[in-house]
Design a binder for this molecule. Structure first.
Ligand code: SAH
Length: 465
């Protein structure tokens, strides 16, 4: 090991920074986060350092560097573009036994700055020993994706309960097991989703219950799986999918997304084919309740976003009525995913100032929409489930005054490697669907923004194969 990682307490300690540019600003910001009293010596300051000086957060002096400036300080950083001064700072600090860092000059440093992931009080530091700051940053980015943003809050909750748990579980292995379960289970999830009061209550219950056993009732996570490309999942969706005991999924969930569910989780297909629901909605609602009551962590995985034509509201309504705890994790809805991957901005200053999402499939099989509201200038219309009613949709739009030449796009299996985009106008669209044998799931985008597709089309699914 070339460097020993340690964590310094700099609260109210005097620290000196020589230099006031952007590079210095990044170091100063870290020192301020650590509660240090920072004095900056520099003839001129960049904007952010200037602002901190104005706000009294740092002291600023314009004097040239003198070794005595380091007397009594806890730490020194040199961030000037003058090699002679940097060297002088390094030597003066070393003679005084003060830890010193000279930016980008490892040979002049007695300590180096790591890449930091700050979830205070949890702090992670990554260093490559100066070999490659870029690599350190990449590692940091990976860790950022793995560690929920709420980790700090979780640590504070644990800290508040440490003594109680110590008294309750006197045998250290039991204590360790208790914390492992809490930190990886529903209580942690409550913290991440901002429900800290509920988390505290649940933790207290776990401590009070005779054997510290798991709560008998599980939880349901209504998770948006996005339009197909697994890269479009949220961090939270992925984490919950990897913790699930059971996953109940729809036809729309792409195989690549389903692949990311914990390997030994039970998988239940809930269907949802047009007019041929594998499981009626009522049964799905009750299935979720039953699984949760068995104490399972259930991921209800839906295509796109659960609250956009996903009947997510109905499913959690039943859960709420039964007193089962649940979370909703948003997903990228088909309109956003397909539009991006087809290079069709849904709004655009020149073409559309509003966008509406409508379903082209109504319960009684008809397409009975508020057409005058849809046919508005400078508005993009996105039809979900519109394939079956495409002829009616085009006819009604024209009938309500939309120019026949208005452009429209069909995006089939958007964001996946099978994505197909076909464009036409209101007149030609039904024939295109028939001729090109367009299949569900397909999204229909109507409006002048579709003109941009030819120019902005960037996603080449076949090249990815
Ligand atoms: N909750 C989902 C929508 C469910 S309704 C969401 O937010 O995206 C189902 C309709 O969504 C399909 O009929 C189709 O119109 C559209 N859809 C979903 N995923 C799609 C995809 N990958 N490509 C094209 N259309 C899609």
């Amino acid at each position: 090991m070339d460097f020993l990682p340690i964590f310094l307490d700099l609260k109210r300690r005097p620290c000196v920074v020589i230099g006031g540019g952007e590079v210095a600003a990044r170091k100063i910001s870290l020192l301020l986060n650590a509660g240090a009293q920072v004095t900056v010596y520099a003839p001129t300051l960049c904007d952010s350092v200037q602002r901190w000086a104005g706000e009294g957060k740092i002291r600023h002096e314009t004097r040239e560097f003198r070794p005595e400036m380091l007397d009594g300080c806890a730490l020194a950083i040199a961030a000037t573009d003058r090699a002679a001064i940097n060297r002088q700072v390094s030597e003066s600090a070393k003679t005084r036994g003060i830890p010193v860092n000279v930016v980008d000059q490892p040979s002049l440093c007695t300590f180096i700055m790591p890449s930091i992931i700050d979830r205070s009080p949890v702090v992670m530091a990554v260093s490559t020993g100066g070999a490659s700051p870029v690599l350190a940053r990449l590692i940091r980015a990976r860790l950022e994706t793995l560690i929920p943003a709420g980790y700090g809050r979780l640590a504070r909750l644990v800290s508040a309960f440490r003594d109680k748990v110590k008294q309750r579980f006197t045998h250290p292995p039991h204590r360790r097991q208790f914390w492992e379960e809490v930190l990886q289970g529903p209580i942690a999830e409550l913290v991440y989703s901002g429900q800290e009061d509920a988390a505290e209550k649940a933790l207290q219950q776990r401590i009070d219950s005779a054997d510290g056993a798991k709560a008998a009732v599980g939880e349901v996570y209504l998770v948006g799986g996005g339009p197909g490309d697994p890269d479009l999942l949220t961090f939270r969706a992925l984490r919950l999918m990897q913790q699930a005991d059971v996953v109940v999924y729809d036809r729309l969930v792409s195989p690549a997304v389903l692949e990311l569910v914990r390997r030994d989780a039970e998988r239940i297909y809930a269907g949802k084919e047009r007019d041929n629901h594998a499981l009626p909605q009522e049964d799905i609602n009750h299935l979720l309740v039953r699984l949760a009551k068995e104490g399972k962590r259930v991921v209800r995985l839906k295509g796109g976003d659960p609250f956009i034509f996903g009947r997510g509201g109905e499913e959690i309504d039943t859960l709420a009525a039964e007193g089962i705890s649940f979370q909703v994790v948003p997903g990228i809805t088909a309109a956003a995913g397909c539009a991006s991957y087809a290079g069709i901005p849904l709004t655009h200053r020149d073409y559309a100032q509003s966008v509406v999402f409508v379903t082209g499939h109504l319960q009684d099989g008809s397409v009975n929409l508020n057409w005058p509201a849809l046919v508005q200038p400078h508005q993009t219309i996105v039809f979900y489930m519109g394939l079956h009613g495409i002829a009616t949709i085009c006819r009604e739009l024209i009938g309500h005054g939309m120019p026949t030449s208005t452009m429209a796009a069909l995006v089939q299996q958007g964001t996946t490697r099978n994505q197909r985009v076909l464009t036409g106008d209101l007149n030609t669209l039904p024939a295109i669907v028939a001729q090109a044998k367009v299949k569900a799931p397909t999204l229909i985008i109507v409006g002048d923004v579709v003109k941009l597709h030819d120019r902005l089309d960037w996603f080449k699914p076949n090249a990815a194969n």
